[in-house]
Ligand binder design. Structure first.
Ligand code: GLN
Length: 595
């Protein structure tokens, strides 16, 4: 096994994850099998309990692992399926060492960071690297390891020490270090400054790690004299100093690495014997196509955390994958669900009006997953608007539960229809607590990871979108589900449960008959969407939003002509607010790289 370690210096947010994933893509394009490990030096054992608002979304794996969103980047870029062991945290390492100490494995010894924690880290890396992740037998050829945080952080010290030892353990020719750094340009003189990189490489070397390749983030390509300076002070050959300058979209990054011959530098460090040029036609075609798209499709994301797009990263990526497949430029309009509620109309009429104005402009509505009752009423109103006005709607997890509750209230006249998550005493519990394990304990009762859904209606949009398969496997993360006792009542009124689990008791897919596209799913299809292989349900949403039928053919009556029908059903008291700003998902972060 060969290892490529990616570290970061100077500042956080340099795009280490994207760089590491792109290195993986490049090596794959050279015919190698690649796996990856992400190290997060925080004390949480996993990302499951972390707020999406603070830390970005919790990514869910097939095995039910709740992990850092960077693992989503690896899965999407490399088209692999990782396991929970591919995400190492300080919490996991300490827990394993303390468990062993309690069992008596270290009897008589003082248990210390060095060597016990550092040994545990190395053993974990070696073990996780061997897990096959690309559906083939046997282990990968190269493991890309990304160390989270910035060199110098107190948290990452045991990992740095362990990785220094690890480089020695696996021997030269098997370990390559890529250090991602920043070369800022001072506005006044426009000069590329090398000092921050010099300092962080010095820090890295003092900790026993020597970089083979320096990947410098900068606005433009590095000037030759700047490269020479870095080469001299950091002891890295000039041909191994590359610039990750600003590009128009994220899919250009692997191409940027290829153009600067990073595969040759890695090949040399790891004795990979790469001689031929990597084949990256698919990547270059997609990157160029994405630049050329100008016809826009607008999707409203009606969620709780609209301030941080990373909170819904995989949903945004899945929308992007589907939009590119439909040759449309994606525009995401963020609608804070609580702004749609009557309460806001009284307290902040401007925000209320802006939110409704925005919702009425879009081509499709997406209500993503969520927990807790904040903003739920607003999501219900958004689902009602989409249902009544025949606007394409995709509800994911909570978004599906919302659609069922709304239907119960508006169509079946169950005024207090609700989820027992939000109202445990409702007389019409459309959504109830259905744990796979204990009914009395909340801890460990989440239904997590890949579960099978069987289509019990073949002539429905979702089955067709999934290519008329008899079953599909998608990832889950929830505790509550549609009440099986109420299903018949709903079906009689036109809400069809087209996908169920193997027992027929858990509702997985719901579709509204007679609507251009109104689908809710208990699972999270976004986690398995890939560039070039968009998730079928997202593809269906985008097609419907573009006025096509979900199988791709153009409708006689475009969706836009249907849009607006029944608007008079809604009466809202709008204030004189400002129009909310629409954000595009294809946006640049402060470094200009598209996220
Ligand atoms: N809160 C809901 C549940 O636990 C939905 C969860 C989700 O959307 N991921 O079932």
């Amino acid at each position: 096994m060969k290892y490529v370690l990616v570290t970061g210096g100077v500042v956080s947010g340099l795009g280490k994850g994207v760089t590491a994933s792109s290195v993986g893509v490049l090596l794959q394009a050279c015919g190698l099998r690649v796996t990856s490990i992400k190290i997060d030096p925080y004390l949480n054992t996993d990302a499951g309990t972390m707020s999406p608002f603070e830390h970005g979304e919790v990514f869910v794996l097939d095995d039910g692992g709740e992990v850092d969103l960077d693992l989503g980047n690896y899965e999407r870029f490399l088209d692999i399926k990782l396991t929970r062991d591919n995400n190492i945290t300080t919490g996991k390492i300490y827990q394993s060492v303390i468990d062993r100490e309690r069992k008596g494995d270290y009897l008589g010894k003082t248990v210390q960071v060095v060597p016990h924690i550092t040994d545990a880290i190395q053993d974990w890396i070696e073990r996780a690297a061997m897990i096959p992740v690309d559906g083939k037998e046997g282990h990968a050829d190269v493991c890309v390891i990304e160390l989270g945080g910035t060199i110098g952080d107190i948290e990452s010290m045991p990992f740095i020490e362990a990785l220094g030892q690890f480089a020695y353990r696996v021997g030269s020719g098997n370990f390559c270090l890529i250090h991602v750094s920043l070369v800022p340009v001072l506005n006044v003189v426009g000069e590329q400054k090398t000092k921050p990189t010099q300092h962080c490489v010095k820090g890295l070397r003092s900790l026993g790690l020597m970089p083979n390749i320096l990947a410098c983030r900068s606005t433009m390509e590095l000037e030759e004299n700047v490269k020479q300076k870095l080469c001299q002070f950091c002891h890295v050959p000039a041909e191994n100093i590359i610039t990750l300058y600003d590009v128009s979209n994220i899919w250009h990054v692997p191409l940027l690495l290829r153009d600067q011959k990073v595969h040759m530098a890695i090949s040399k460090a790891l004795n990979l014997g790469i001689v031929s040029e990597p084949s990256m036609l698919e990547w270059s075609t997609r990157a160029e196509l994405c630049d050329k798209l100008n016809e826009t499709v607008r999707i409203a994301m009606v969620g709780k955390y609209t301030g941080l797009s990373d909170s819904y990263l995989s949903v945004l990526k899945a929308l992007l994958d589907a939009s590119v497949a439909c040759r449309k430029k994606l525009q995401v309009d963020w609608v804070r669900s609580s702004d749609l509620e009557d309460e806001t109309a009284k307290e902040d009429p401007e925000a209320y009006k802006a939110a409704w104005d925005l919702l009425k402009e879009v081509d499709g509505v997406l209500v993503p997953g969520g927990f807790g009752d904040r903003g739920v009423q607003g999501k219900i109103l958004a689902a009602k608007y989409a249902r009544e006005n025949k606007i394409p709607y995709l509800g994911i997890c909570l978004g599906m539960q919302i659609a069922v509750i709304e239907f119960g209230r508006s169509v079946l006249g169950m005024e207090d229809a609700n989820s027992s998550e939000f109202d445990p005493n409702t007389k019409n519990p459309c959504v109830i607590f259905m744990p796979e394990g204990s009914k009395t304990h909340m801890g460990g009762t989440m239904r997590l990871g890949s579960r099978r859904t069987y289509f019990n209606v073949s002539d429905c949009k979702s089955a067709k979108l999934y290519g008329n398969k008899s079953f599909i496997d998608e990832r889950h993360r929830h505790r509550y589900e549609v009440n099986p006792d109420m299903v018949e009542t709903f079906e009689d009124a036109g809400l069809s449960f087209t996908g169920k689990d193997e027992t027929g008791q858990r509702m997985e897919i719901v579709e509204l008959l007679g609507h251009p596209y109104f689908i809710g799913v208990q699972f999270h299809p976004e986690f398995k969407s890939r560039p070039g292989k968009p998730s079928p349900l997202f593809l269906g949403l985008i097609r419907a939003a573009c006025g096509q039928s979900s199988d791709g053919s153009t409708l006689k009556k475009g969706a836009s002509s249907m849009k607006g029908n029944g608007l008079s059903n809604l009466s809202h008291n709008f204030g004189n607010g400002k129009k909310a700003k629409a954000l595009e998902v294809i946006y640049s972060n402060e470094n200009g790289v598209i996220c």
